[in-house]
Design a protein around this ligand. Structure first.
Ligand SMILES: Cc1cc2nc3c(=O)[nH]c(=O)nc-3n(C[C@H](O)[C@H](O)[C@H](O)COP(=O)(O)OP(=O)(O)OC[C@H]3O[C@@H](n4cnc5c(N)ncnc54)[C@H](O)[C@@H]3O)c2cc1C
Length: 441
């Protein structure tokens, strides 16, 4: 039975408790691998009867902030499968275990794009419950605000379908408020009619980072909302998993994604091209063409990261970031980046969920690979230097990017936090659901 719980003596135990950051050692009370909403309901009911809490997890991409799971039944959702794409109405319905990589190529073949994340291995459910910042976000907003219906099992073990008309407050809370309210079993969301985009990356030698990132930063001030870009410092480790010509090399990288007419995208990218990149992959591609653009590691890895939202940073902020982790700093972080946000991400759409907007103009993120425990201290040092450089321009946090327990007040206005807690008290008064970023005070 898929509702039988795994315990530490089961042969599947270790494979079932693994997460994306292999430095984490997740030890729940028990693990369930349900394959249907009815099985999820049975697991939730059984866990409550047994005095346990319940946590839903697919990839474990955001396992770090969960803390101890000693009193928690962990529901791994990979068995909640199923993808239906409604081409005529530009929408999709997916099981809660579905990853973006299972939707983006199929949608793309039909001339449709999704507000997906930077890597195919992110699960649509966790991503959307936490907000969802895609490369189309400046034009089309947060993914959570394109979700049209959610099916979940609540703290009574009941299966609910929530949308703008049914349980509207719960529907509001789920869209950006995270996994504190139940176990989601399926989601429905809008797709974009977008057969072609103009996108790719420009690579420059790391020594040119100052010139390139300043030029990119100035350029972002004048681009339309169809254009999203990322300014990055990258140090590829000298390991066999990294292909040539990247292995062991350092670059300043600009990623550009234009979701309008490709000819207009080409014109907009021209000033960046004039800087003379050594590699240039920017081209007209179908939406599936950017699935690996961001070069996120496809497999679980040992890592430590940090992130923050910033306001409109002055040139001095770019300089401070370069001093902290740029060429000459000795930083081995694989990535230190600023992702251009703003636009539709900073305007609340009609009927928005709990995460109505993403404050700030840029999403800063840095990550280091830690294959050896001795590298943790220097990696923490570089991450701290990155934070210190950008802190004066900080504008709050985006919880999907936060690997540490984070004060909700840094991610939402005070009235939103209060409303999320009211919804939590109403739908889960006993605090059964244990989320990575809990809503309870
Ligand atoms: C390599 C990488 C790239 C990323 N790129 C982006 C990006 O471009 N844009 C962006 O916005 N984010 C991005 N993220 C962050 C990502 O959105 C979060 O880590 C998100 O939480 C992942 O969801 P998950 O379900 O895959 O992770 P999990 O760790 O499995 O789940 C995270 C949390 O989501 C909730 N949850 C998941 N499934 C359910 C469910 N069925 N029911 C109830 N709650 C549930 C739970 O609270 C859980 O603790 C990236 C992360 C990584 C590691």
């Amino acid at each position: 039975m898929a509702t039988d719980l795994l315990t530490p003596t089961d042969s599947l135990w270790d494979a079932s408790r693994g997460v994306f950051n292999v430095l984490l050692d997740q030890q729940p009370a028990a693990i369930a691998l349900p394959e249907s909403a009815a099985e999820v309901a049975a697991v939730v009911t059984g866990a409550i009867a047994d005095g346990k809490r319940v946590s839903a997890q697919r990839t474990g991409h955001s396992a770090a902030p969960l803390g101890s799971l000693a009193d928690t039944v962990l529901i791994r959702t990979a068995g909640l499968t199923g993808v239906e794409i409604d081409v005529e109405n530009a929408g999709a319905r997916v099981g809660a275990g579905v990853l973006w990589g299972e939707v983006v190529p199929e949608a793309s073949e039909q001339g449709l794009a999704a507000l997906h994340g930077s890597t195919r291995t992110v699960c649509i459910a966790g991503y959307s419950l936490g907000g969802g910042v895609s490369f189309y976000g400046r034009k089309h907003g947060l993914a959570c605000n394109r979700v049209t219906a959610i099916e979940l099992v609540d703290a009574d073990g009941e299966q609910l379908r929530v949308d703008a008309e049914n349980e509207p407050e719960l529907f509001w809370a789920l869209r950006g408020g995270g996994g504190s309210f139940g176990v989601v079993t399926a989601l429905e969301f809008e797709l974009l009619e977008l057969p072609e985009i103009y996108a790719g990356a420009l690579f420059f030698p790391a020594e040119r980072a100052s010139e390139v990132l300043h030029a990119w930063h100035e350029w972002t001030a004048g681009v339309p909302e169809e254009m999203t870009s990322v300014g990055r410092l990258m140090n590829f480790p000298p390991i066999p998993e990294i292909p040539e010509p990247f292995r062991g090399q350092s670059f300043a990288v600009i990623e550009a994604i234009y979701c309008g007419d490709p000819a207009a995208g080409e014109e907009l990218v021209a000033p960046l091209r004039e800087l003379g990149p050594t590699m240039d992959t920017v081209a007209a591609v179908p939406p599936a063409g950017i699935e690996d653009l961001h070069m996120d590691p496809p497999e679980p890895s040992p890592y430590a990261g940090t992130s923050m939202l910033t306001g409109e940073p002055p040139a001095a902020a770019i300089e401070a970031m370069l001093d902290a982790v740029g060429p000459g700093s000795d930083s081995h972080l694989i990535v230190a980046e600023l992702r251009h946000c703003g636009g539709a991400l900073s305007r609340a759409p009609h009927g928005a969920g709990a995460l109505a907007v993403l404050p700030g103009s840029f999403l800063a993120f840095a990550v280091g690979i830690v294959p050896d425990p001795a590298l943790m201290a220097p990696t923490r040092g570089w991450l701290g230097a990155f934070d210190d450089a950008l802190e004066p321009y900080g504008a709050g946090n985006y919880l999907n990017f936060c690997d540490d327990p984070t004060d909700l007040g840094t991610a939402f206005p005070a009235e939103t936090v209060a409303k999320l807690r009211e919804v939590k008290d109403r739908y889960d008064p006993e605090n059964v659901f244990h989320s990575n970023h809990p809503v309870s005070g």
